[in-house]
Design a protein around this ligand. Structure first.
Ligand SMILES: [Zn+2]
Length: 75
């Protein structure tokens, strides 16, 4: 099972999820602030990296991209 890590840009909560959620394009839920992130919001940064477990934001955090952040650590 592949997992992803997500650092909520809204409340800073760090949590984990099953990659199946991403494959199903399901929304992910932040247990910290109760916000749901839609697939379109969190997947942008990992586009084009389908077969890798690593997706990292390599640019500064801005208002524009803060909802795009999703970080999947390399094992
Ligand atoms: Zn949150």
């Amino acid at each position: 099972m592949k997992m992803f890590n997500f650092n909520c840009p809204r409340c800073g909560k760090f949590f984990y999820g099953d990659n199946t959620l991403i494959e199903l394009k399901a929304p992910i839920h932040c247990p910290g602030c109760d916000k749901y992130y839609q697939y379109e919001e969190y997947v942008k940064v990992s586009e084009g990296t389908k077969d890798t477990t690593l997706a990292r934001l390599n640019k500064p955090l801005t208002e524009e991209n803060m909802l795009d952040i999703i970080y999947i650590p390399k094992k």
